[in-house]
Design a protein around this ligand. Structure first.
Ligand SMILES: [Mn+2]
Length: 336
């Protein structure tokens, strides 16, 4: 159904605008840039709407001119929208308020009477668009994009293949999560056949850690609270820790996975300070519990094994709120 809908707009002279979620990760960047790049390679007019900068670990994966040329400036966007004739595709974005546009731009898109596509894999997706293609069995949005561009017969370059490989690799924890199955590796094999360079991508994503990132992890390890009885591991980073490490919020990505790797951990939580409170990232291992359900108690969401939510209050209150929700969930599991 999605493929037919997308196909109906090809060669129509319309302009494709591709968006993703705020604080974009490899899957958001990979899926949106790959789709736009394939469309352009097929002779379509297509751009990626960026708000946040490309995360530094992805910079070299998005470095080729073909890809950076896809980024559209806001003033160009408005003139396009005024003319109508725009198709909007949003990738990897569960809810409308997570889209990476300013409220003003999104308002302009909404009133442009264009067809809006939502291509995602989050179980928490609210089906907020005109055409919703939400494949919760897919381990990454990039995996869905591989399928779509294959069905549309769009041309792929090694640079596009690297983007898709990066999203698949990161969203599956380097092909380690329970979400990995034959479909995941079949999609990966397609992009490898298209020229993805696994050593280059891994080198960029995992073997180029800046010193400030390790310094943040050191602080996070200092803050670690772990109970082997409950299996709950919690750590946090406040604004002053980021200042101390001379680091940005995105530099703390991966902290929660480090914490989870500890033997005996059932649920790992990483809390970091944000503008108006705190953001908690939750992880579990080997299907021990459903952290999406825990995050949803606080208005957040994500996946069964990886989810997040925002919290307000002092650090102590936030720590105790999230800890008790997790301990209750773990306790309920031990009874069932
Ligand atoms: Mn994703």
């Amino acid at each position: 159904m999605i493929v037919e809908r997308l196909k109906s707009h090809l060669s129509s002279g319309k302009y494709w605008l591709v968006l993703h979620h705020v604080s974009p990760d490899s899957d958001a960047i990979g899926s949106s840039f790959a789709l736009a790049a394939c469309l352009r390679a097929a002779g379509e007019k297509a751009s990626v709407v960026m708000r946040d900068a490309v995360p530094s670990r992805l910079e070299r994966i998005v470095a080729s001119k073909d890809l950076t040329d896809l980024i559209i400036a806001e003033h160009e966007l408005y003139s396009l929208l005024e003319n109508g004739n725009v198709i909007v595709v949003v990738t990897d974005t569960a809810t409308e308020n997570r889209i990476n546009s300013t409220a003003q731009v999104w308002q302009a898109i909404r009133s442009a009477q264009t067809e809006i596509f939502n291509i995602d894999h989050h179980v928490s997706n609210t089906l907020w668009a005109d055409v919703n293609h939400v494949v919760t069995e897919a381990a990454s949005c990039c995996q869905i994009i591989v399928d779509i561009i294959g069905q549309l017969g769009l041309p792929k370059s090694p640079a596009i293949a690297n983007l898709l490989y990066a999203g698949m690799l990161d969203d599956t924890g380097r092909f380690c999560f329970s979400s990995v199955n034959g479909d995941v590796l079949r999609a990966a094999s397609i992009v490898l056949d298209n020229g993805a360079d696994p050593e280059f991508v891994a080198g960029e994503l995992y073997w180029s850690v800046p010193e400030k990132v390790l310094l943040l992890r050191k602080i996070a390890f200092d803050h670690l609270e772990f109970s082997s009885d409950s299996g709950l591991a919690l750590t946090w980073l406040a604004d002053e820790d980021f200042t101390l490490a001379n680091a940005q919020p995105e530099d703390s990505e991966g902290v929660v996975d480090e914490i989870r790797s500890l033997k005996g951990v059932k649920v790992a939580v990483f809390i970091r300070q944000i503008e108006d409170g705190w953001k908690a990232s939750l992880r579990t291992k080997a299907g021990i519990c459903d952290v999406n359900r825990i995050a949803s108690l606080f208005g957040g969401g994500g996946h069964k094994a990886a989810a997040g939510c925002r919290l307000v209050g002092s650090l102590d209150v936030v720590k105790s709120d999230i800890s008790s929700a997790i301990l209750t969930a773990l306790h309920d599991l031990s009874l069932s």
